[in-house]
Design a protein around this ligand. Structure first.
Ligand code: NAD
Length: 730
C-alpha cells in the first residue's frame, strides 16, 4: 500500500502508519479509500495480526479529512439522474464501506491521534474500537464538515450519536464544532488522553490488556442509544426542538444542516449498516447542492489559497516581520498589538499619553488572560506574548520596525501627523500602513515621504475575532509593499485580500448597500420588524436596521453627507438620505452607541433592545403584513444589492480576483455564507438570470439595481466569475 505502512510487533500488534506520500498532512482521496478497504481485508485475514493501532506518520497531525479537491467533482451538480446518482453514491460510500470493514474485521483496532483529527480523519478514529489522543490544547478533534456546507460521509453522523447520544452529538455535527482532547474525553469521544508522543504506546497497552474489545458498542445485542432513540421522550424533545432551533438559526438556508438532522433521525431507527447507507444518500444530496459548491470553494479552497498568499505579487521575495509599530492604542490599535504579540512580533504601541498607551496594553493583557482562563494558552506563553508589547509615547522606539500601522482617530490631519513622525525614524523599506476605514489611501499617502511604501491595512472589529484583513493599494503603492503586507497578515494568522483604492474600499462599500437597501425599505413604508426579520432570513448575521445601529447612524450620515458634498446632492437623494437626516441631525438618534437608533437600547444590563416606537410616526408603515412573495422580493433586494456592488467592484478593478471578493464578503461583513459569497451567488443564479432579475428590480425600484455592463457582457458570452456560467438562462 502507498499510504499505509504496516509493522507487526512480537505480540502480533500491527502498527498501521498513515502517511500520504508527498503531502504535509494526511487527507483522504480515492486511493486512500481503496487502501483503507485493503487494510480492513488484511487485518481480517492475516492470522499474524491480533490487533492494530492506526497512527499517523505526519508531524502535522492524524488526518485533516477528505481531500476536497478530488471530492468536489459532484459538488453543486444539482439533481442527478438515477445512474449518475448511483455512481456518486458508490464513489462517496467507499470510505464508509472501508471503515465499516475495519470496524467489523474481528480484531480490536485503536486510533492513536497525535495532533489534528477532523472530518474524515476523525471518522476513521470513530470506526476504531478505542481512541487515544495526545494532550495538547492546540489539537482539534471533531466533525467539521458542516462548516463548509457538507456533512460527514464516513459514518460520523451515525457513530457519534450512538456513542454520546443525539442530544450531545447534534451541536458537534450541526455546527462542525471541534473539541480539544480533554473536552473530547469529557464528552466520551475519546477513551484516553495521554502526553504527546505516548498515544501509540497507550493504544498498544489497551490492545494487550486483555480487555480489548473487537466489537463496537452498536454491534452488540444489548446496545441502546445513549439518551434514547427518536421515539423516546428525550429523542422526541431533541428532534422536535432540534428542528425548531435549526430553523430559527439558519432559516432553511443550509441543506447540510437539514440533511444531517434527517440522517441522524432516520439512521437511529435502523441498524448501523442501513444507517450508514442513509448517511451516504444524504451526503450525496448535500454535496450536489449549490450551497455546498459555493461554500467549499470559498470557505475551503479560496480561503486556504489566500491564507497561503495567493494574492502575493509574483516575483517578490518572502519577508518576515520581526518588529512592528502600532500608532493609536485605542480599540483597534490594542487589538492589532494583541494579534502581533500572539504571533511573536516585537510590538511598539504608541499613543498621545503614557496613560492611553498603557490602557491599550492592558487590553492586550485582558485578551491574553481570557485565553489562559479558557485553557487555550499557558500562563507562560501569555506572559511572553505580553512582554513583546512596549507601551510608549516615544516614536524613537519605532527605529528598526519592519512595519508600522496607524490606528489613530479617523482624521486626515492627525493621520498625516503620525505618519510623518513615524517615517522620520523608519527605514526606507519599512511599510507604513493605515487602518482607516473610510479615507482613501491615495490621499493619505500624500502625507507620506515615500508613498510607494504606504498602504491600507484594514482590520475589522473586534480584531481578535475577525479573521480578515483588507489590504488597500494606493495609486503609488509598490508590489513589494503589497507582498510584505501580505506576509505580515499571514504571519498574524489572518486572511488577506487585496483591493484597489475606492470610496469605502471593497468591504465597506458593498456592506453599506445592505444598510442602504434596509433604509430604502423603511422610507418606502415597509414595517421595520419585517425588514430586519427578512434581513436575517437572507443569511446575513442581523437585519439591516440593527446592523446600521451597530455601525452607528451618525457614521452612516457622515458618509452620505460627505458623498453629497463630493458628488452633489443628486448622487445621494432618496429615502436613505431622508431617513438618516431625520434620525441623526434632527432627532439625535445615533444608534447603539447612544442607546437610541432604529432601536431603543435600555440601560439595564441584559435588557433586550426594542424597535423604537417613534419610527412609525416618522416613517409610517404601509406594508406591515408578511407574505411569501413579499419576503422573497425583500430577500432578493437585500442580497442582490450587495452582489451587484461586488460585481461593480470587479468591473471597476477594485477587486481583481473573485476569490478576494467572496472571501472578503463572508469574513468581512458576514455576507450570507450559504451562497459562497456575492459573486458565487451570481454564478449560482446564473449571470443571465441575475441580469434579467436586476433589470426587473431596476424598473420597479430604481437605477440602483441597474446591472453593470460587465454582467451583461458575461451573460452574453455565457461566462461566470468562476469559469463557464451555469446553464440557467434568463
Ligand atoms: P479609538 O478612538 O478607540 O482609538 C484611537 C486612539 O488613537 C486613541 O487611543 C487615541 O488616543 C489615539 N490617538 C489619537 N491621536 C493620536 C496621535 N496623534 N498619536 C497617537 N495616538 C493618537 O478608535 P478606533 O476605533 O480604534 O479606530 C482607529 C482607526 O481604525 C480609525 O482610523 C478607524 O476608522 C479605524 N477602524 C475602526 C474600526 C472600528 O470598528 N472601530 C474598524 C476598522 C478600522
Amino acid at each position: 500500500m502507498e499510504n499505509f505502512k504496516i509493522d507487526i510487533d512480537a505480540d502480533g500488534i500491527a502498527l498501521v502508519t498513515f502517511d500520504v506520500p508527498g503531502k504535509s498532512m494526511n487527507t483522504i482521496g480515492p486511493k486512500v479509500m481503496d487502501e483503507l478497504g485493503e487494510l480492513a481485508e488484511r487485518l481480517k485475514t492475516d492470522a499474524a495480526i491480533k490487533g492494530a493501532v492506526i497512527a499517523s506518520g505526519k508531524a502535522s497531525g492524524f488526518c485533516a479529512g477528505a481531500d476536497l479537491e478530488t471530492a468536489a467533482g459532484f459538488a453543486g451538480a444539482g439533481e442527478l439522474d438515477p445512474a449518475t446518482r448511483k455512481q456518486a453514491f458508490d464513489e462517496v460510500f467507499k470510505l464508509s464501506k472501508a471503515l465499516r470493514a475495519i470496524e467489523t474485521c474481528g480484531k480490536p483496532v485503536a486510533a492513536a491521534m497525535e495532533g489534528l483529527a477532523v472530518g474524515g480523519g476523525f471518522e476513521i478514529a470513530l470506526a476504531c474500537h478505542y481512541r487515544v489522543a495526545a494532550d495538547d490544547s492546540k489539537v482539534q478533534l471533531g466533525l467539521v464538515e458542516a462548516k463548509i456546507g457538507l456533512m460527514p460521509g464516513g459514518g460520523g453522523s451515525q457513530r457519534l450519536p450512538r456513542l454520546i447520544g443525539a442530544m450531545a452529538a447534534a451541536p458537534l455535527l450541526l455546527q462542525g464544532k471541534t473539541l480539544r482532547p480533554s473536552e473530547a474525553k469529557a464528552q466520551g469521544l475519546v477513551h484516553e488522553v495521554v502526553a504527546p508522543g505516548g498515544t501509540v504506546e497507550a493504544a498498544k497497552a489497551w490492545l494487550k490488556s486483555g480487555s480489548a474489545d473487537a466489537v463496537a458498542p452498536w454491534d452488540k445485542r444489548d446496545f441502546k442509544i445513549p439518551g434514547g432513540g427518536p421515539f423516546t421522550p428525550n429523542g422526541f424533545q431533541m428532534f422536535v426542538m432540534g428542528s425548531a432551533i435549526l430553523r430559527k438559526d439558519t432559516y432553511g438556508n443550509y441543506p447540510a444542516q437539514i440533511n444531517i438532522l434527517k440522517a441522524v433521525y432516520e439512521g437511529l431507527q435502523v441498524p448501523i449498516d442501513a444507517a450508514l447507507r442513509i448517511e451516504g444518500r444524504y451526503f450525496v444530496r448535500t454535496l450536489t447542492s449549490p450551497q455546498a459548491k459555493g461554500m467549499i470553494r470559498t470557505l475551503f479552497g479560496s480561503m486556504q489559497a489566500l491564507g497561503k498568499g495567493a494574492a502575493r505579487p509574483a516575483g517578490e521575495a518572502a519577508s518576515q516581520v520581526k518588529k512592528a509599530g502600532v500608532l493609536g492604542a485605542g480599540m483597534m490599535g490594542a487589538g492589532i498589538a494583541h494579534a502581533q504579540a500572539l504571533a511573536g512580533i516585537e510590538t511598539v504601541l504608541i499613543d498621545v499619553s503614557q496613560e492611553a498607551a498603557d490602557k491599550g496594553k492592558a487590553h492586550v493583557k485582558d485578551l491574553l488572560d481570557k485565553a489562559v482562563s479558557r485553557g487555550r494558552m499557558t500562563a507562560e506563553k501569555a506572559e511572553a506574548a505580553l512582554a513583546l508589547v512596549s507601551a510608549t509615547t516615544d516614536y524613537a522606539l519605532l527605529k528598526g520596525a519592519d512595519i508600522v500601522i496607524e490606528a489613530v482617530f479617523e482624521d486626515r490631519k492627525v493621520k498625516a501627523e503620525v505618519t510623518a513622525k513615524a517615517e522620520a525614524v523608519l527605514a526606507d523599506t519599512a511599510v507604513m500602513g493605515s487602518n482607516t476605514s473610510t479615507l482613501p489611501i491615495t490621499g493619505l499617502a500624500e502625507a507620506s515621504v515615500r508613498p510607494e511604501s504606504f498602504i491600507g491595512i484594514h482590520f475589522f472589529s473586534p480584531v481578535d475575532k475577525m479573521g480578515l484583513v483588507e489590504i488597500i493599494r494606493g495609486r503609488k503603492t509598490s508590489p513589494a509593499t503589497v507582498a510584505k503586507t501580505i506576509d505580515y497578515v499571514m504571519r498574524i494568522k489572518k486572511t488577506p485580500i487585496v483591493v484597489n483604492d475606492s470610496r469605502g474600499f471593497y468591504t465597506s462599500r458593498c456592506f453599506m448597500t445592505f444598510l442602504d437597501e434596509g433604509m430604502h425599505m423603511l422610507g418606502g413604508g415597509i414595517a421595520p420588524a419585517l425588514i430586519d426579520n427578512v434581513g436575517r432570513m437572507t443569511g446575513m448575521p442581523r437585519g439591516p436596521l440593527e446592523m446600521a445601529d451597530d455601525v452607528a447612524l451618525d457614521l452612516c450620515w457622515k458618509i452620505v453627507s460627505q458623498t453629497a458634498k463630493d458628488l452633489g446632492e443628486a448622487a445621494v437623494a432618496g429615502p436613505t438620505y431622508d431617513v438618516l437626516k431625520t434620525m441623526v441631525p434632527e432627532l439625535g438618534r445615533l444608534g447603539r452607541k447612544n442607546g437610541k437608533g432604529f432601536y431603543d437600547y435600555p440601560a439595564e444590563k441584559g435588557a433586550a433592545k426594542r424597535l423604537w416606537a417613534g419610527l412609525a410616526e416618522h416613517f409610517p408603515p404601509t406594508v406591515t403584513r408578511s407574505n411569501p412573495a413579499l419576503v422573497a422580493e425583500l430577500k432578493t433586494r437585500l442580497l442582490y444589492r450587495q452582489a451587484l456592488e461586488a460585481a461593480r467592484c470587479v468591473e471597476e478593478g477594485v477587486v481583481a480576483d473573485p476569490r478576494d471578493a467572496d472571501v472578503g464578503a463572508i469574513l468581512g461583513w458576514g455576507f450570507a455564507p450559504w451562497t459562497g459569497g456575492p459573486l458565487s451567488l451570481i454564478d449560482q443564479v446564473g449571470v443571465a438570470a441575475f441580469v434579467a432579475e436586476c433589470d426587473r428590480l431596476a424598473a420597479e425600484h430604481g437605477p440602483r439595481f441597474a446591472p453593470p455592463k460587465l454582467l451583461r457582457d458575461m451573460a452574453a458570452e455565457g461566462r461566470g466569475f468562476y469559469g463557464k456560467a451555469s446553464a440557467r438562462a434568463a
